[in-house]
Design a binder for this molecule. Structure first.
Ligand code: B1M
Length: 215
């Protein structure tokens, strides 16, 4: 297979052997972020489709996810980044009950490389932990990620909890993840939350929204 097709295939097959060499070769041709966006994410999309249609079993999905993480870790040091981290601070987490973190970690990388300080709390985080960290670290924004349909409900509950605690004015919220839709966030959740809530389709929209919120 040609290089970029081979790389995409490696994600689908969860094949780490030879991955680094292929990534190094790819970086001779295009920037690391483009490899992620155009090649590796295409592989993850296929994995999602195969899993969704019952053609791929969970352990293999996990292998693909691990391969994706290895690839991103290999590319990350080669990405362009600004030196400072003074544009603002975001506390970032995958919500309670949800283990998906590849997208969240991409958001972390993109924001960190573009002047933001990211406090990444990891996966399955209850709102109490997220809020404790946001207060403790004096966060400007709270970012929540979730890929399960049930996570969209958890996000709604989290926003209600923030209303109850009276911190909605203090914390604008950035939401992302495959199960969310723009309409759900910008219509339904905007009605729920007493502060500002924003939907990011991908990590780059996340960055654009952070820039907007912080100005
Ligand atoms: Co799961 N999984 N999974 N899974 N998994 C999905 C989400 C699913 C859609 C697959 C399918 O059925 N087609 C489905 C959900 C269905 C639903 O809810 N209706 C599903 C399921 C069912 C499950 C389990 C329940 C399976 C089981 O146990 N029977 C289980 C859930 C466990 C749990 O969470 N409690 C499970 C487990 C797993 C693995 C562990 C095997 C693995 C995750 C490994 C990991 O993340 N460390 C996994 C994977 C890999 C997937 C798919 C195939 C790929 C997800 C991914 O990483 N995509 C996924 C299929 C799909 O999404 N269509 C699927 C790439 C990633 C870059 O995209 O995270 O969307 P994404 O991030 C994007 C944007 O959404 C955005 O930016 C990123 C791109 O720039 N974004 C943000 C994300 N967060 C953001 C936050 C922001 C801003 C932007 O600001 C804060």
């Amino acid at each position: 297979l040609p290089l970029f097709e081979r790389l995409e295939r490696r994600i689908v097959d969860g094949e780490k052997a030879g991955l680094d060499a292929d990534l190094d070769e790819a970086m001779q041709q295009v920037p690391p972020l483009q490899i992620i966006n155009e090649t590796l994410l295409a592989g993850m999309k296929t994995v999602g489709e195969l899993f969704g249609s019952g053609q791929m079993q969970l352990p293999f999905v996990l292998q693909s996810a691990e391969t994706m993480k290895t690839a991103v870790a290999h590319l990350e040091p080669h990405m362009e980044s600004t030196d400072d981290s003074g544009k603002g601070r975001i506390v970032l987490a995958t919500v309670k009950g949800d283990v998906h973190d590849i997208g969240k970690n991409l958001v972390d990388i993109i924001l960190s490389n573009n002047g933001y300080e990211v406090v990444n709390l990891g996966i399955k985080q209850p709102i109490s932990t997220i809020l404790d960290a946001a207060v403790d670290k004096k966060a400007d924004v709270i970012g929540m990620s979730g890929l399960l349909v049930k996570s969209t409900v958890v996000m709604k509950e989290n926003l209600e909890e923030m209303n109850t605690r009276g911190v909605a004015e203090q914390f604008p919220v950035l939401l992302g993840g495959a199960a969310l839709t723009r309409a759900y966030v910008e219509h339904d959740l905007t009605e729920v939350y007493e502060g500002d809530v924003h939907y990011a389709r991908d990590a780059f929209e996340g960055l654009r929204l952070m820039d907007e919120i912080m100005t």
